[in-house]
Write a protein that binds this ligand. Structure first.
Ligand SMILES: [Zn+2]
Length: 237
């Protein structure tokens, strides 16, 4: 099966990473956002293979505030978010924030979920490693949910995602990644709504699932919306 067909099997829409950022930039530009008057923030995994997306966002929007934790989880909280907002350009009393929030998954040429090769390593690797490790623990039936200081982000990730998984159900990696996408967006939105001043701020949330294919990175299940002068509008891809 061609890789494009594999992607279509798993996701209802897929763009290259570059097209995803270009399309979102163009759509937001129509609504008054630009690299001059907006600050971008990212909430994506720490994984080095995820950083290509940050590079493209930097190219289009300028340097982006980094809200990211393992798995792309939003644990930066109100403090991290407030910092990003306070760093935004203030143009004629108005501020604009653009949030890119995406978990990630690798898919190999045969359609195997989570499998990828990394430069300089001969053996197969996994992505998202944090979600794969969590999924393995669920499968084994031995979840470690301790909050000792030595593994804070991973334990927070497990505790947070468990709240969205029906008790006793073990999602496969794709389902777990889709759940993660919803959680990242929900937590980010919740924090935004607690601190934003919509009378003088416009913002956009762009989400999707970053996909590491055998030869390139893609974004699947893309969606997004913008809030301008307190009116929400969906972004059509
Ligand atoms: Zn990851």
């Amino acid at each position: 099966m061609a890789f494009e067909d594999i992607l279509k099997k798993y996701f209802n829409s897929v763009y290259t990473e570059i097209d995803f950022v270009k399309k979102t930039y163009a759509a937001l530009n129509e609504l008054g956002f630009s690299d001059e008057n907006s600050i971008a923030s990212t909430c994506i995994c720490r994984d080095e293979i995820s950083q290509s997306l940050r590079s493209i966002i930097k190219h289009m929007w300028g340097e982006a505030f980094n809200l990211s934790s393992l798995g792309g989880m939003f644990f930066a909280g109100q403090t991290g978010l407030a910092a990003a907002m306070h760093h935004a350009p203030n143009v004629e009393g108005r501020e604009r924030y653009v949030y890119y929030a995406l978990p990630h998954i690798a898919i190999d040429k045969d359609g195997r979920l989570g499998a990828c090769m990394r430069t300089g390593r001969e053996e197969e690797s996994a992505a998202c490693g944090a979600l794969v490790a969590f999924q393995k623990e669920m499968t084994k039936g031995s979840l470690n949910l301790s909050m000792d200081d030595i593994d804070l982000e991973q334990n927070l990730l497990k505790r947070r995602l468990l709240r969205e998984i029906p008790y006793g159900h073990i999602p496969d990696l794709l389902e777990l990644t889709k759940i993660t996408q919803k959680v990242i967006q929900k937590d980010l939105e919740h924090a935004i709504n607690t601190i934003i001043d919509k009378s003088r701020s416009d913002y956009a949330i762009l989400t999707g699932i970053q996909i590491h294919g055998p030869d390139a990175n893609y974004v699947g299940n893309a969606s997004g919306y913008v809030v301008v002068h307190n009116v929400r509008e969906e972004i059509i891809f």
